[in-house]
Write a protein that binds this ligand. Structure first.
Ligand SMILES: *Cc1c(COP(=O)(O)O)cnc(C)c1O
Length: 431
């Protein structure tokens, strides 16, 4: 078997391949740890499926109102069991992560209430949801105010600032687990638990929502295990396992989740309606695969971090740090390097491998964004993808990979494109 020859066939040179193998030789222990965690989480998912007696009738399609949809109801029980929550809302009608978060926030904030982010600026698309950037139908328009406490320079929580920001209006606290398009560290579930305990000690009635995007199955516990009232995410990221074609989830307390259901459908209807349109097999099977898929993505992230760190780039997290999400930021320092990196990820894709990604003004973002993805599901970022806003520090955010081998090929291809563009010298690979 000559794997190197096969790599050569797709355009990866001997130098790039050999550099990758050298880096990989030092990652065995990390990979074993990732595999052990996947085994734990696979068992957790199976336990949830078995306890809720998943069976073939759960895979049937429903249409129209979707009354008595056993597949939908059972899937929500499976999610609730797995996240250890009273309830869950898992729906194809939730169009993406931003929508899931919008439902969770707007269902639980009323005019006169205040939303607090104790972890600094939220994900770009949430700025319009909240009204930080004025937008029609933002929470701000409905009379919900917003307050933010930035992280301290070392990336830790500003506990004094947070205590001072909580007031009689504060109703919901939003905590983003993953760094998103920032170069701050992502938070561990343990850290999130400490923050939740801190704010609830000051004001026990606070509702804590965690934006769990990209975090699912990276650790053995989820934010719902450490006091989050709502844990929210997208099915075209981790928990969909690459198979879910659409959807979002909100796991949490019965009270919060039922309000979310009323907001998503209509007051009085709530969780009783919502046809599954025949996608239940993909949602179940995707959830079943998710721990393994996340493990592959994590191996890719660790590999990318170590490759680019060795070449002298600033990477977040570092090559040796523990992981709390599947995102790897690589600060490439220039527009050209971002374009070359993304061209490599694109060239390694199973779909659309022949196109060249270019920066564009994407709705919801305030800078030009470049995105590389050749996905089976449009925009799915549990599939191998790389993106980032074209602005200082020119960081590319690399994530996903339905299999470790695809992630590996993508990273090698990104490096190859950097070498081809004269941005990384061959000498550096051989040093
Ligand atoms: C992806 C993401 C979102 C938004 O999800 P979309 O599906 O793109 O709308 C929100 N928060 C974080 C941290 C994310 O990574």
């Amino acid at each position: 078997m000559n794997t190197e020859k096969m790599y050569k066939e797709v355009g990866i040179s001997h130098e790039v391949y050999a550099f990758g193998e050298k880096i990989l030789a030092g990652l065995r222990e990390r990979f074993e740890e990732i595999d052990r965690r996947a085994e734990y989480n696979q068992t957790k998912v199976l336990d949830a499926m078995q306890k809720n007696r998943v069976n073939a009738t759960c895979f049937a399609a429903t249409t129209g109102y979707g009354y008595d949809d056993v597949g939908r109801t059972t899937l929500e029980k499976v999610y609730a069991s797995c996240f250890h929550t009273e309830a869950a809302l898992v729906r194809p009608q939730i169009t993406c992560g931003t929508h899931a978060l919008t439902v969770a926030l707007s269902a639980n904030l009323l005019p006169g209430d205040e939303l607090l982010s104790p972890v600094g600026r939220p994900y770009d698309t949430l700025e319009e949801v909240i009204g930080i950037r004025p937008s029609p139908c933002s929470l701000m328009e409905y009379g919900v105010t917003y307050r933010q406490v930035d992280l301290l320079p070392d990336g830790s929580f500003d506990y004094d600032g947070i205590a001072a920001a909580i007031n009689e209006k504060t109703k919901v606290v939003t905590i983003q687990r993953s760094k998103g398009y920032q170069t701050r560290p992502s938070f561990s579930v343990k850290q999130i638990g400490e923050l939740i305990a801190f704010v609830k000690k000051i004001k026990p009635s606070l509702i804590c929502m965690v934006d769990n995007c990209y975090g699912e199955f990276v650790e053995e516990i989820e934010p719902s295990d450490v006091g989050a009232d709502m844990t929210v995410g997208s099915l075209i990221k981790n928990p969909g396992g690459g198979l879910a074609p659409v959807g979002g989830y909100i796991c949490g307390t019965e009270e919060c989740v039922s309000r979310c259901a009323f907001r998503l459908s209509a007051p009085g209807l709530g969780q009783e309606v919502g046809a599954n349109l025949g996608i239940m097999p993909a949602l179940y099977q995707g959830f079943f695969f998710a721990p393994t898929v996340v493990a592959g993505a994590l191996k890719g992230a660790v590999f990318a971090a170590n490759i680019y760190e060795r070449l002298g780039y600033h990477v977040v997290p570092t090559g040796s740090e523990s992981r709390h999400d599947i995102i790897q930021a690589v600060e490439l320092g220039s527009r050209e390097a971002m374009v070359a990196f993304c061209a490599g990820i694109q060239a390694a894709a199973p779909v659309d491998s022949y196109v060249t990604p270019e920066p564009w003004a994407m709705p919801g973002y305030d800078a030009e964004v470049i995105m590389a993805a050749g996905a089976f599901v449009q925009g799915s970022s549990i599939e191998l993808s790389a993106d980032g806003p074209i602005r200082e520090p020119y960081a590319v955010y690399f994530q996903g990979g339905l299999t470790w081998y695809h992630a590996k090929m993508g990273i090698l291809m990104s490096l190859q494109k950097m070498v081809d563009a004269g941005l990384v010298s061959i000498d550096k690979l051989q040093a």
